[in-house]
Write a protein that binds this ligand. Structure first.
Ligand code: HAM
Length: 405
């Protein structure tokens, strides 16, 4: 018989790791909630066209990495590779431009990209994604960057490199892309095969190239950040001033390339100093043309996505299980009723459920880190697991009184 295994690039999240994820979601809900971001949930699969139009036809994500399938009616559907396009679709579909702006939402869940799996890179991974729609106020860009940083800080990811840049408007970018293509063509012979093949499709990727020839050429390349229109340069200067006023350290990196086409103005990415090749803990930016592109009214937006697996990798090993309050060394109905009462009064309580001897049960109580053990025999004994002191209880109420301390 075939040995069944989790599909390539997927991850079983076992205890205690799954608990750490819930804690990360709790921290995110708290940090984002204080700034007015409300949780939402969009579907895990969408019309393929949403991502083709939203994320961009020329991106690696759309060209190579989507899990696309047909439903029984022949519709082309795709497992979402990212959250922003779906959230923007929902904003349009539910007329959310009629709500007071900005609309601030966040979402956590699984995403899918058909990439070559390696440490920190999966085919099913998890993001915490936050978006602010309906305003181009630079305080939103700065706010999201600070909220992202606070989540990473609270998660314990340790030192991180914060890269920031601005891409200007689509028009500025289009002009710049033409300028960059002319530049790349003028130095074509020095470029890697891969970069040369993509000069027309995606010349910006040349900044990302690993090969030293291309890297040397790119040192002389024109930079988009030097071509920004005055209002975009001003917007970026304000975002920087706001981050400065909050005391956040960051680098302006004019070569920052994000793998999605919808960005305008601010872009950012944070990298862990503790991770290897897949070091990006998350990133994001502004996408002032995306909602219109998807058929909605002209609406600015900005957001980020944080990679849950990488955050937890950077944060290191899980803490020990916090333990339980009471272990009931006993079986059957009496024990069952007692753990029920203990749980009702808010305690973490477990009973013997695997047929151990009394000695085995006491060992199990130890393993579970129980604060108290209640031994149900002819008498009821309550053992303080810290001091080893044992006391007789006359009734269940008596037990509750002792263990609730
Ligand atoms: P992204 O940079 O494509 O941005 O993904 C954000 C983060 O998700 C990455 O930095 C990484 O931590 C994690 N991630 C991406 N792919 C994988 C993978 N295959 N395995 C493990 N982790 C991965 C976006 O997705 C944009 N939607 C962010 C955004 C929101 N921009 C504006 N709003």
């Amino acid at each position: 018989m075939k040995k069944l295994q989790a599909p390539r690039g997927t991850l079983d999240v076992l205890p205690p790791d799954a608990r750490r994820r819930l804690e990360l979601y709790d921290v995110s809900a708290e940090v984002l909630g204080r700034a007015g971001y409300e949780p939402m949930e969009a579907p895990v699969f969408e019309d393929t066209e949403l991502f083709a139009r939203g994320v961009g036809e020329s991106t690696d994500i759309v060209q190579k990495e989507m899990f696309t399938f047909e439903d029984k009616a022949g519709r082309s559907l795709t497992l979402r590779p990212e959250a922003t396009a779906g959230i923007c679709r929902a904003y349009i579909e539910h007329g959310m431009h009629k709500l007071p702006q900005p609309v601030k939402v966040w979402e956590a869940g699984p995403f899918f990209r058909h990439e070559a799996p390696q440490a920190g890179r999966f085919r099913q991974f998890t993001q915490i994604d936050a978006e602010a729609l309906g305003s181009d106020d630079p305080t939103l860009d700065a706010e999201l960057i600070l909220l992202f940083d606070e989540i990473l800080e609270r998660a314990g990811t340790g030192p991180r490199r914060r890269r920031l840049s601005s891409l200007g408007t689509r028009e500025t970018r289009a002009d710049y892309v033409e300028e960059l293509k002319r530049f790349l063509r003028s130095r074509e012979s020095e470029l890697s095969e891969e970069v040369r093949a993509r000069i027309d499709q995606n010349p910006l990727r040349a900044f990302d190239a690993d090969d030293s020839g291309t890297q040397a050429v790119m040192k002389d390349a024109p930079l988009l950040i030097d071509r920004l229109a005055p209002e975009d340069a001003e917007h970026f200067a304000e975002v920087r001033a706001l981050l400065g006023s909050a005391g956040l350290e960051y680098e302006v990196d004019a070569t920052l390339v994000r793998g999605l086409d919808y960005y305008t103005r601010t872009v950012f990415e944070f990298e862990s100093e503790r991770l290897g090749a897949q070091a990006a803990l998350g990133g994001g930016g502004r996408y002032d043309g995306l909602i219109e592109e998807l058929g909605g009214p002209p609406t600015p937006g900005v957001g980020f996505a944080a990679g849950v697996e990488r955050i937890l990798l950077a944060a290191g090993a899980a803490e020990r299980d916090p333990g339980i309050d009471v272990f009931v060394a006993g079986t059957g109905r009496d024990a069952f009723v007692l753990v029920g009462q203990l749980r009702s009064s808010g305690l973490r309580a477990q009973m013997e459920q695997a047929g151990r001897s009394l000695k085995g049960q006491l060992k199990q109580a130890d393993r579970l880190g129980a604060r108290w053990t209640v031994i149900l025999g002819d008498e009821i004994e309550v053992k303080d697991m810290d001091t080893g002191a044992q006391q007789r209880a006359e009734s269940v109420d008596d037990v509750l009184g002792m263990v609730r301390g």
